[in-house]
Design a protein around this ligand. Structure first.
Ligand code: SAH
Length: 389
């Protein structure tokens, strides 16, 4: 194994719990090292950890361990088992969840979602890509899946010089499968669906809306496969409208409303959320519970201001469409938008809408997407529940 040294004065972030080492913090350029496991030392030669080296990314090393240990089959087997034990504790009796959340499970560059008997794997670093057959072996050994999908279609792979593709890596995977969440059934397309096919990160937030759904007219904006709307209907919402700009998402949401027996109490409409929200505010249509779960508006810090304008606009229009006493569930999955900035944006929207709001719940991502202390990038989802006076 190659040993890389940090420059003098660098290393505090690692001591504080972070797993990343930037290229600018390393002594030397190391152009000849392939994506592989390396030892990292501080400038005095003190051992800091073992991690995955990336020749192309600005994040040069992602630490796997702070101990002197062999990074092989046994190491990955233990990490996967630890991750699985946590999920079994979090969601007893359930079989679909995020099993491995990259840094959050001390496996940087690896995401695994479990859909019953199937696994969807996303690999984000060159070193993880180089050992992926070993990872599949370990997953097969521990979980015995019917099939494993490699859902490697994310743009961030380009930063590592990796190609984007989706394929069945092991076993067989049907075109669509059905999973259950909160006793509801959802059809999932593991090969062509958004993300890995389902947004597990909102699982507990969907349960949280049960407290506010009874007898409500619900608007689920950015609904994807209808999961928030269907949860609201399960908890006795009188009617739900779901909006998404993707035709495929709307088809899926309609199908899911049918398989759960709710199709008479909801409609799903293909529309741009910004236009739809403005049109209902013009038409004075009102709702008692509105959910806003947009895609990440700020994928990088550079576009933060534009993103905040987007959040302000959708929150303003949603607040205008809220009945007195109504509840707004508003989310942001952009890491670059801090909870404080997000709340300030909602506050500005409420001022513009002339509505007084109380904050009932500050929520985040479900715990199968663990936040690793010291790695702020692992915390991304904000979900605030507010009530209108
Ligand atoms: N609430 C969903 C997840 C939403 S993901 C769930 O719980 O499963 C974000 C969704 O926003 C995606 O389905 C995407 O198709 C949709 N979307 C992106 N831009 C949009 C826009 N401008 N208007 C409406 N929908 C949009």
């Amino acid at each position: 194994m190659e040993t890389l040294k940090l420059k003098k004065g660098k290393g505090n972030r690692v001591f504080n719990g972070h797993l990343w080492i930037y290229r600018s913090e390393l002594e030397g350029a190391h152009p000849a090292i392939k994506p592989t496991t390396v030892i990292v030392e501080n400038h005095n030669g003190r051992f800091l950890g073992i991690g995955d080296y990336s020749p192309s990314s600005q994040i040069a090393v992602r630490l796997l361990t702070r101990k002197k240990e062999v990074i092989g089959r046994k190491f990955f087997r233990e990490r996967v088992k630890t991750a699985l034990e946590l999920r079994k504790k979090l969601f007893p009796g359930e079989d679909s969840y995020r099993l491995i959340h990259s840094e959050g499970d001390l496996l940087p560059g690896l995401i695994v979602d479990k859909y019953g008997d199937y696994l969807s794997v996303q690999i984000l670093t060159g070193a993880m890509e180089a050992r992926k057959e070993l990872i599949f072996d370990v997953l097969e050994e521990i979980l015995k899946p019917e099939g494993i999908v490699e859902k490697n279609d994310v743009a961030t792979r380009k930063l590592e010089g990796l190609e984007q593709f989706v394929r069945v890596a092991r076993g067989r995977v049907p075109e669509s499968i059905t999973i259950s969440e909160n006793d509801l059934r959802f059809e999932v397309d593991l090969l062509k669906g958004e993300k890995s096919g389902f947004y597990f990160d909102q699982k507990l937030n969907r349960i949280a809306i049960s407290r506010y759904s009874d007898g409500c007219r619900v608007l689920d904006v950015f609904c994807y496969s209808g999961a928030f709307a269907l949860n609201a209907l399960k908890y006795n919402a009188s009617y739900a409208v779901g909006i998404d700009s993707s035709e495929k998402a709307i088809e899926l949401a309609k199908k899911n409303s049918e398989i759960n027996g709710f199709s008479g109490r909801c409609e799903f409409i293909k529309a741009n959320a910004f236009n739809y929200l403005r049109s209902i505010s013009r038409k004075q249509q009102k709702f008692d519970l509105i959910i806003l779960d947009p895609p990440p508006f700020a994928k990088s810090r550079n576009v933060l201001n534009r993103a905040l304008r987007g959040y302000r606009e959708i929150n303003l229009q949603a607040l205008k469409a809220l009945n007195p006493g109504g509840v707004l569930v508003t989310c942001s999955c952009s890491h670059h938008v801090s909870p404080q900035i997000f709340l300030k944006t909602i506050m500005e929207a409420s001022k513009d809408a002339g509505k007084r709001m109380v904050l009932l719940e500050r929520r985040g991502q479900s715990p199968d997407h663990p936040v690793l202390l010291g790695v702020p990038e692992t915390e991304y989802l904000k979900c605030f529940i507010l009530k209108c006076f």
